[in-house]
Design a protein around this ligand. Sequence first.
Ligand code: 2AM
Length: 174
Amino acid sequence: MAERLFFALWPDEAQQRTLYKLGRSIAPPGGKPMAAQNLHITLAFLGTIDADKRNCMEKAADAIQLPSFELVLDSAGYWPRPQVVWLGCSAVPEPLLALAARLNGAMAACGLAAETRPYSPHLTVLRKARQGPRQLDMDTVHWPVGDFVLVQSLTLPEGAQYQVVRRWPLAGQL
Ligand code: 2AM
């Protein structure tokens, strides 16, 4: 059966609460806030794929050996076309770029259409946003990233619901 899947960085519950608060503090009025339990940073969006392609991507993820890293979320922005307000990092850690590159590279090898735009890590906090973040002198959140996950996206009448279906550790302790 085909499933809609993506790889992501997934905050733990304490980080979800912190990131949710930060997101609310910079969000302009209106729009649709992302629920705390849905907050994530996409690494590679796979789309709706069958079991063979999922297995191929999981094997590729098994082979990844990269170190843990710290993500410092210290900026916010707005993309008018998808109408999202997001949190970002002014310094993108090298292992994060390597991780996204490995997963996107595997997509092509597994017969999936890989993203051609440069990877731009962001954590969407508001959808259907009509304007950008309200203030730019925001708090900074330090997020120690020790793993990455495969997520299934379910489309329910009340909106998208995400389920972490597998987790891969990154090497080393922070
Ligand atoms: P977004 O946060 O910028 O909307 C699940 O849909 C996740 O995959 C979202 O975080 C979304 O990013 C990301 N994504 C990347 N490419 C996508 C695409 N073509 N369609 C839907 N979601 C995509």
